[in-house]
Design a binder for this molecule. Structure first.
Ligand SMILES: [Zn+2]
Length: 352
């Protein structure tokens, strides 16, 4: 299913590129700039079952994107500078912000040297439970459980279910099914307790993912000391905020800012909503972020930035550099705004 979807999206990006539609429509849909979303940057890994591969690009691809942005005359700017241009109506040059979610160690190891050498500013959104080593990277727990077993059992809607996952195709299908079932749980608490039960039963060490993959506070401090780097907030426990009570959502955002301030002596002024889709962040979260005084907050709703976004700076869309589509021509189509305009029905703002 995921494979088919990827093929369709790739086909769409290819036809927009080769038909020239991205050039014809660009003046109407390109907006003033864009914010790019990245997660992992690391060399490709072997293995055919990598359901989270969309969350990683190679260092080589990142370097090519940075070089190309410059060649296309696009400024790479910090979130503060983006805020200034948006609020001061300074749109003389197109711009892109580079943002990395979750604070993975490979941001320091692979992305930082490339961006440092290029003098390109970037932001890292840190969920504070990750460097505190209490984070639950539940999507990786699910991947590990399915990867290491041929058959798994799970109670779904009160019924004991068994799933075969011997072959790579079965593993991919099962990952997809369970991932979206988990995402659809009405509360974050229920989703986490299912994942914890799976981890305990199938002996997957939840804490190990944090230790292995996420930066520690000293590593984050190393980056925070560089003026190229903006440290942003990404809540404490990385929940789908829209599923929490208003008080809990508010405290996730506010507390994460205080923890980062205490640990790194920088008070984040920018926020990224975890998961960041419609089911994770909506009008209520956008209002809370504004009330808490964040200058900007980003979703993962796909889109480029238009002038009009200066009216809703805590509901900004982004464009994901997706590991399944590591081609410069896709980046070109995405930055032209054409693909996302079609996705959004040519509506510019989507802040509800
Ligand atoms: Zn995240």
């Amino acid at each position: 299913m995921a494979g088919l979807k990827n093929t369709i999206i790739r086909g769409g990006l290819e036809s927009l590129y080769f038909s020239g539609a991205h050039i014809a429509l660009k003046p109407f849909v390109a907006g003033v700039g864009a914010i790019l979303t990245l997660h992992h940057v690391r060399p490709p890994r072997p293995g055919r079952f990598q359901p989270n591969r969309l969350l990683e690009v190679t260092p080589r691809f990142l370097a090519r994107v940075v070089r190309s942005l410059r060649r296309w005359g696009i400024d790479i700017i910090s979130l503060d500078e983006m805020y200034r241009r948006m609020t001061e109506d300074d749109f003389s040059r197109r711009f892109v912000c580079l943002t990395f979610d979750d604070g993975y160690r490979d941001t320091l190891q692979w992305a930082y040297p490339i961006l440092k050498k290029a003098g390109a500013p970037f932001a890292i959104y840190v969920p504070t439970s990750f460097p505190d080593r209490l984070g639950e990277l539940w999507w990786l727990v699910l991947e590990a459980v399915i990867s290491r077993n041929d058959r798994i059992g799970l109670v779904i809607d009160g019924r004991d279910r068994k799933f075969d996952c011997r072959t790579v195709a079965e593993k991919r299908a099962l990952y997809d099914e369970l991932y979206w079932w988990l995402r659809a749980r009405p509360t974050e608490k229920e989703m986490r307790s299912v994942v914890r039960a799976l981890a305990a039963y199938y002996h997957v060490d939840v804490a190990a993912f944090c230790e292995e993959l996420c930066m520690s506070w000293p590593e984050l401090a190393e980056l925070a000391g560089d003026p190229l780097v903006t440290i942003g907030a990404h809540t404490v426990t990385h929940p789908m905020l829209a599923k929490l009570s208003k008080e809990a959502a508010c405290s996730e955002m506010d507390l994460s800012r205080s923890v980062i301030d205490a640990a790194l002596a920088v008070r984040p002024e920018h926020l990224s909503y975890p998961i960041g889709d419609r089911g994770s962040a909506g009008a209520r979260e956008f209002a809370i972020a504004a009330e808490l005084g964040f200058k900007t907050a980003v979703t993962t709703r796909p889109g480029v930035l238009f002038r009009e976004h200066s009216q809703c700076m805590t509901a900004l869309p982004r464009i994901s550099l997706n590991g399944e589509y590591q081609r410069l021509r896709y980046v070109r189509v995405l930055l032209s705004g054409t693909a996302t305009a079609m996705w959004n029905g040519f509506r510019r703002l989507d802040a509800a």
